[in-house]
Design a protein around this ligand. Sequence first.
Ligand code: MTE
Ligand code: MO
Length: 547
Amino acid sequence: MSNARMSWGTAGLVAGFAGLAVSHGTAHYLGRRLTPFDAVAELVIDVTPGSVAHWFIELVGTLDKPLLGLIIAAIMCLLFLAAGRLAARAWWAPLPLYAAMGGFALLATLTRDDATRTDAVPVALGAVCWIAALSFITEPVTTGSRAAAVSAATSDVAGDAHAHSRRTVLIRSAVVTAIGVGTAVLGPIVGRGRRRVEQARRLLVLPATTPNVPAGVSLKGEGLTPWMTSADDFYLIDTAFQKPAIDPKTWSLRIHGMVEREVVLSYQELLDREVTEDWITLSCVSNPVGGDLIGNAWWSGVRIAPLLAEAGVRPHADAVLQTSQDGWTCGTPLQALTDDRQAMIAFAMNGEALPIEHGFPARVIVPGLYGYVSACKWVVDIEVTRFDRISAYWTELGWSEKAPLKIGSRIDVPRSGQDIRPGDLRIGGMAWAQHTGIERVEYAIDGGAWQVAAIGGITNHTVPAGPATSAAPTGEASSAAPSAAPVGKVPNRDTWVQWAATVTVDEGDHELRVRAVGADGEVQTGVEKDVRPDGATGWHTRQFSVG
Ligand SMILES: Nc1nc2c(c(=O)[nH]1)N[C@H]1C(S)=C(S)[C@@H](COP(=O)(O)O)O[C@H]1N2
Ligand SMILES: [Mo]
């Protein structure tokens, strides 16, 4: 009996340490400062009262940290043993314990000052490993013991079955241990590549200017989304489980296909060309009505049109197939790359080298198109071709071949669940009509008439010339205008705008809805369509209660 308890406990230990090793390996692989284990130790240090810490350090001197590590490790051993024994009852019985341990590690990890969402990955993988490894190791016993129980009743084959499942358990434990040790050893080695690239990236001095958010684009209103999206807050969408870490020294871009002469650019050759910079809003086709898969940044790069002209595009070409270093592809209409818009090979975002996950060292940005047909990150190959000869990653999966970004608008305030009192209420959000520009934004309360909201930045007309100050605190349409941006550089044609208004609300339940009108007169449709196959439509509405 105690033997059986032993082996369940041992299985728990093996699975537990494998999970720890996997979290360790991934944390190092991802170049994190702390492993989840380290983070737990830091949290313990944080919450230990000063007097206790002082007493402990007096007692053990500089051994304090190793000893703390040992204590935590000992507690974890007990918990791993317990998890193993729980598994003897049912495969799911250890789950609450694992969830509690994983939850605690997550809390420890995410409360570090320098934590980012990436820090959650090692914790999650470690926890998944606990569950998977424990059920993998013990599966022969659970099935075997049932078989043994059955056969024991009829014959003496039971002993054999038992020995057999024991052997399988041993083999499986060895496999799990090997995976754990392998990850722990390989993670840091493979991860060094990414760290080297990150270092190279930080040392780069690029011909990119630091963005100046244009005067007047930001309206007053708590909870409004910042007009400029920081790189950290910029949504991330890609198919790469491990983001390509490309050394700019080894990067090159090849432009070929239906051209007179191939063009190949090294990173330095790209930087040496004429630089273009612009505010451009990028959105994902999967952004649902009211969603946040959209962001606005200051991009620095090299215009694609002159590059294509240099290559000499042959007649009958109508598309460009872009390929990333990790093999992702997208098809872009040639016209969007050769007309007057600022389609570029971008190397910087908000004045700094592209972050690795946003496409370092270079990606494509095309105003007016959804990301999946235009914004290839880690781009290495641009093939001039025809739509009838290519198929790209997402179009193969049933998304549209062509996908211009649809006019849209979103409510950010009031937030859901916001505490609202009767009286004046500030409402607002974002609106965009890419490569056309926003003419106006309208809102309606409780199905009433559409009202015109204030919009940030320069509006195309409707707004009389006013003093060059930032926007009106109350958000009257007429006072939300002025700034000194040169004509033709209106930061709204290719960017989103903030909209806001102040409304008076009385007690009870209300509904707010919003719609945008483009500079070409297009009124955002209220017809609701799903994101598939070429972008969602419909008015964003928000229910709120006042009381
Ligand atoms: N190499 C590569 N580039 C890619 C993708 C991808 O999966 N792989 N996803 C695209 C999609 S669907 C979008 S919406 C944008 C998102 O860019 P971001 O992650 O920098 O916001 O990148 C595009 N470029
Ligand atoms: Mo996307």
